[in-house]
Design a protein. Structure first.
Lengths: 105, 373
């Protein structure tokens, strides 16, 4: 959920939007925001599943330290989505285990 | 290889303050910052600071961050963003990984006459059943999402820990429209400032002192949390469980200094619970036991942004003095003033134990440098 009006930070106005493709579906994202923020704005909270037990993982530290938010971005696995900004047309996919590079079988 | 007089690792309140003081005196300064914006944790601190006017009381953290960034610009400090220090090597050569895009980065080496390590802290975690479920996150993480990215990762929140961070973050989330289902504190009393706790209890937020979390429930994200009463021996009281519906469990279990850089550089470390754990010992000039490597801010012991600013300034003045930019008499005057402000910050509620711990750090430095250890 986006915080459009904030008592201290004020109103978010004149937002420029881009489109990213999340798990195959288009998603509206604020230009320049972090991938993780765009996902949470739309209630998408699972970033990856663990290798051995297939357990879900989501945001934990939000500042690039913990690596729980890693996803496959533009075909590159293990990208920390909390510190990686969105780009128009970017693909973002839930990561399974250690992830696969685009083109891997 | 590039050269500079002072290289600062970490562009938070301590690092930027060190850079500003040294650059103001005439030194060539580079700040290396891992994030896309400098300011450290100030960038998400929408609250006004406590204390006196000289500590910028009444000014919001986000505004202080902007003031520091502006001063860096004014004194021609070079701030390298998206740049991660990989290590400090022989002769003060610092290797830096500079991120340019998702797929491009380069390694740069810079040799510095002096180095300030100001890498801050990292959050502590606690383990309980279900603690890895999406929706369980650090208190700092939810603050970042809410105040910096302006997105709420859920509607209802349970906070674990009633320290300053836990209380302030709950209030800020309420401002942003979230519902706080409760604050859980294992100690028999509220751990943070009463003024913050009162703001929450006035709004009807329950604070469960003497309770801890035992479980987070849900399949792919948190739906419920179970809390229970704590015995004096830290076991839980059977039958005392309370089940709360919530989307987020935020863990505000304190922080510890990020000492990787100091540790790699063989700086002497000392343990003190009052400062969050292991931290480098240092002189009154903020110099570590490794000559020319200074430490400032939370990396030398968990305190507050205001103390980080003072310690940073102190290290910047000391560096400028040792480089010959400030005459000894003038430097002594500036450093005395900074120490006076630090002593004021380290008095009163919660301040006194930090003051004692800091004195131990200084004594430890003296002992190590005399070869006593």
């Amino acid at each position: 959920m986006r915080i459009m009006n904030h008592p201290i930070l004020g109103e978010q106005k004149d937002i420029e939007w881009v489109t990213i493709i999340v798990n195959g579906k288009p998603l509206k994202a604020k230009k320049g925001e972090m991938i993780l923020a765009a996902l949470h704005a739309e209630g998408i909270i699972v970033n990856r599943y663990t290798t051995k037990r297939h357990e879900p993982r989501g945001i934990y530290c939000a500042i690039g330290q913990c690596t729980d938010c890693m996803m496959v971005v533009n075909g590159i696995p293990n990208v920390r989505t909390c510190i990686t900004p969105v780009e128009d047309g970017m693909t973002v996919d839930v990561q399974e285990g250690l992830g696969k590079w685009r083109g891997d079988k | 290889m590039r050269q500079c007089e002072l290289l600062v690792i970490g562009g938070g309140p301590a690092g930027l303050s060190a850079a500003i003081q040294a650059a103001k005196a005439g030194a060539k300064v580079i700040v290396v910052e891992a994030n896309a914006e400098a300011g450290g944790q100030l960038v998400k601190q929408t609250h006004k600071f406590f204390g006196s006017k000289e500590h910028r009381a009444g000014t919001r953290g986000i505004v202080i961050a902007q003031i520091l960034r502006d001063q860096c610009k004014e004194y021609k400090v070079e701030v390298m963003l998206n740049s991660l220090v990989m290590g400090i090597y022989a002769d003060h050569v610092v290797a830096i990984d500079v991120k340019k895009s998702l797929t491009e980065h380069s390694i740069e080496r810079i040799q510095a006459k002096k180095i300030v390590i100001s890498t801050g802290t990292s959050e502590n975690s606690i383990r309980f059943k279900g603690w890895t479920l999406p929706g369980v996150m650090g208190a700092g993480a939810i603050q970042t999402m809410c105040n910096y990215h302006r997105v709420l990762p859920g509607k209802r929140l349970l906070m674990i820990g009633s320290g300053s961070v836990g209380l302030i973050v709950c209030y800020q989330l309420m401002q942003a429209g979230a519902e706080i289902v409760g604050i859980v504190e294992a100690l028999p009393h509220i751990n943070g400032y009463a003024v913050h706790a009162s703001k929450l209890t006035r709004e009807g937020v329950p604070i469960y002192t003497g309770y801890t979390i035992t479980e987070a429930r849900g399949t792919d994200h948190v739906k419920q949390a179970v809390i229970a009463k704590v015995n004096p021996d830290w076991t839980t009281v059977p039958g005392s469980e309370i089940v709360l519906d919530t989307d987020i469990v935020a863990v505000g279990a304190g922080m510890k200094p990020l000492i990787g850089m100091a540790y790699m550089s063989n700086c002497d470390l000392i343990y003190d619970k009052a400062l969050g754990g292991w931290a480098p010992s240092h002189s009154e000039n903020m110099e570590s036991t490794q000559k020319g490597i200074y430490v400032a801010g939370d990396t030398t012991g968990l305190e507050e942004a205001s103390t980080a600013i003072e310690e940073g300034s102190l290290s910047g003045i000391a560096v400028a003095e040792s480089l010959g930019y400030i005459p000894a008499a003038k430097a002594a005057e500036l450093k005395d003033a900074a120490w006076h402000r630090l002593n004021v910050l380290r008095s009163g509620f919660k301040g006194e134990e930090r003051a004692i711990a800091k004195r131990k750090q200084l004594a430890r430095y003296d002992a190590v440098m005399k070869g006593g250890k």
